[in-house]
Write a protein that binds this ligand. Structure first.
Ligand code: TXA
Ligand code: MG
Length: 303
C-alpha cells in the first residue's frame, strides 16, 4: 500500500526537478515537472530518447488541460467522454502556455492526458504540477506494466518509483491529433476509433507512415528476440506466445479476451525475451483493442 507520505515525498521530489516513476492505468510513466526545462531534459537523458520525440503532459482534468492547450470543442467533448482515461489529445499550445518547450520537442503542439489511476491523480494533486511522462522504459524497449520493470530499465536514474501494482490496461494510450484540419489517430489504444467517432464523427487512423508522432517509429517496441506474427504454431527454436485456444508457452488470454491480452502483452513479451531468441505470436483478431495490440506487435516484429 502506498502511504500518503510517499505521495508527499514524490511530489516534493518532482517540485525539486527530480524524476519520479508513477503508475497509470495504461503503463508506468517516467514523470518530471513539465514546467521545468531541466527536469524535462532529464527525462530524455534517462530514456536515451531521441530529442525529436515529444512527451505527453499529464494533467488532472480538462480544465487544467485547457490552461496549456488551445480550446477545442471536439477535445472538450472527448475529454468529457473519456477522461480520466487512456486518450491523449494533441492540441496547439496556447500563446501563454507555460509548459517547457522541450515537452513538445520544439513542435508548436502539445499532447495532454488525464490518467485514470488513483496514485497518478494523487501525485498530480499533491504536486500541483503538470507532469511530463513518457512510458518509463529506455527508448525503443517495451513499456513497463509493473514497478519491477521500471526498476530494471531505469532504476539507477530515478529519485523514486511509486509502486501501484500491475497496470490495468497494459498498453499505451490512444494518441489523437486535433491540432490539424482533420482529426487523426497517431497511435491506436484502448479508446478505439469507433469510440472516438461515436463522440466527434469521422477520424482517420494514421497508417501512411508519416512520422509526426515518433512513437510511430516502426521498431519502437522491440524486444531482443525475433518476433514472428500470425503464427498458427511454433516452429523449431521458437517460443509461442499464444492467444485463445492455441497451446503456447504463455497465453495472452485463454478465453480470447482482448482486454486481458492487452494487459498481459508487455509483461509476457518481457518474460519470453529473457529466455527465447525467437518468439512466435498467435493471430490476434483485428477488432476493438486488437487493433492496438497488433500495432504494438508489428513494431515488436520490425528489426
Ligand atoms: O499511456 C501512455 O500514453 C503513457 C503513460 C505513461 O501515460 N505514456 C506514453 O508516452 O506512452 P510516450 O512518450 O512513450 O508516448 C507518447 C506518444 C509518442 O508516440 C509521441 O511521439 C506522441 O505521443 N506525442 C507526444 N506529443 C506529441 C506532439 N506534440 N505531436 C505529436 N505526437 C506527440
Ligand atoms: Mg513509449
Amino acid at each position: 500500500m502506498i502511504q500518503h507520505s510517499q505521495i508527499e515525498t514524490a511530489a516534493a521530489l518532482l517540485r525539486a526537478g527530480k524524476l519520479v516513476a508513477f503508475p497509470t492505468e495504461t503503463v508506468y510513466g517516467l514523470g518530471a515537472n513539465a514546467l521545468d526545462d531541466a527536469a524535462v531534459a532529464r527525462i530524455y537523458a534517462a530514456k536515451q530518447r531521441p530529442q525529436f520525440n515529444p512527451l505527453i503532459t499529464h494533467v488532472s482534468d480538462a480544465a487544467t488541460a485547457f490552461l496549456h492547450g488551445k480550446f477545442n470543442p471536439d477535445a472538450e467533448r472527448l475529454m468529457a467522454a473519456f477522461w480520466p482515461g487512456a486518450l491523449t489529445i494533441i492540441l496547439p499550445r496556447r500563446d501563454d502556455c507555460q509548459l517547457s518547450l522541450l515537452v513538445g520537442a520544439g513542435l508548436d503542439c502539445i499532447a495532454l492526458r488525464a490518467p485514470d489511476h488513483p496514485l497518478a491523480q494523487a501525485l498530480l494533486a499533491a504536486s500541483g504540477l503538470p507532469l511530463a511522462a513518457p512510458s518509463a522504459n529506455r527508448s525503443g524497449r517495451v513499456s513497463p506494466t509493473l514497478a519491477r520493470h521500471v526498476e530494471e530499465e531505469l532504476g539507477d536514474k530515478l529519485a523514486m518509483i511509486l509502486d501501484g501494482g500491475a497496470c490495468s490496461v497494459g498498453i499505451e494510450s490512444t494518441v489523437l491529433d486535433l491540432s490539424g484540419n482533420a482529426p487523426v489517430i497517431l497511435r491506436p489504444g484502448s479508446v478505439t476509433k469507433a469510440m472516438i467517432e461515436g463522440v466527434i464523427g469521422a477520424v482517420r487512423l494514421s497508417g501512411d507512415g508519416a512520422i509526426k508522432s515518433p512513437g510511430m517509429l516502426e521498431s519502437h517496441y522491440a524486444p531482443n528476440a525475433i518476433v514472428r506474427l500470425n503464427a498458427e504454431n511454433a516452429e523449431a527454436g521458437e517460443t509461442l506466445l499464444a492467444f485463445g485456444s492455441a497451446e503456447g508457452d504463455l497465453n495472452l488470454s485463454k478465453n480470447g479476451d482482448l482486454t486481458e491480452a492487452a494487459a498481459n502483452l508487455f509483461a509476457m513479451l518481457r518474460v519470453l525475451d529473457k529466455t527465447a531468441t525467437r518468439i512466435a505470436v498467435s493471430p490476434i483478431p483485428m477488432e476493438g483493442l486488437g487493433i492496438a495490440i497488433n500495432d504494438r506487435l508489428q513494431r515488436a516484429a520490425v528489426r
